[in-house]
Write a protein that binds this ligand. Structure first.
Ligand code: GLN
Length: 189
């Protein structure tokens, strides 16, 4: 198994470190050709407007979108969740628009811009460590979307078939459980 990590902008190095710890082969994705030789992709946190623009400039967007729509496993964290959403509450620009979720950007406001917590996560048999940084949350989901985790009634983790999206940054903790969940998704795909 070989997992790609979108490496145009944002926290890609931290995802690499987790995959290295888990001894899973991985590679950075910087061009559309890089998409050909991987079994799944991680879209890291960062800044979704910048990442969306780079995805377009490097002509990765359309190819990645069509792969995802054909069942290619994808894991979006924070900005990655924003890239995957079919709808954004407070932004007209959509990016991959593949997942049937409506996402609110910077949803916790300035005061509560960054915080940490531990919460239940469906499919993981322990509480997961969660670091939120100017995070989005999911405002509403379509009927085929499974809610995996909520923090204070807000949806922070969702799954729709081959797509996994979370509001927080698991790569900034020592908790590898969400990455393991994604690796299982790829194994079963
Ligand atoms: N606020 C960022 C955005 O809108 C996401 C922050 C993050 O990825 N930590 O893209």
């Amino acid at each position: 198994m070989r997992i790609g990590i979108l490496a145009l902008q944002g926290a890609f190095l931290e995802h690499k470190k987790i995959l290295d710890t888990l001894k899973v082969e991985n590679t950075y994705i910087k061009t559309k050709e890089d998409l050909d030789d991987i079994d799944g992709i991680i879209l890291p946190g960062g800044e979704s407007t910048a990442m969306g623009k780079l995805l377009r400039d490097f002509e990765i967007l359309e190819k990645l979108k069509s792969k995802i729509e054909n069942g290619f496993p994808v894991f979006g964290t924070c900005s990655g969740m924003i890239l995957l959403a079919k709808e954004l509450m407070n932004d007209k620009t959509k990016h991959l628009a593949a997942m049937d979720i409506c996402v609110k950007r910077n949803a916790y406001g300035r005061q509560l811009g960054s915080f940490e917590t531990c919460e239940e996560f469906k499919g993981i048999d322990k509480k997961v460590e969660m670091v939120f940084i100017r995070a989005p949350y999911v405002e509403s989901v379509g009927e085929n979307v499974q809610i995996l985790s909520k923090v204070d009634e807000k949806i922070v983790a969702v799954r729709e078939k081959n797509m996994l999206a979370i509001s927080f940054h698991p790569e900034l903790t020592k908790d590898t459980s969400v990455h393991k969940y994604f690796i299982e998704m790829i194994r079963n795909s």
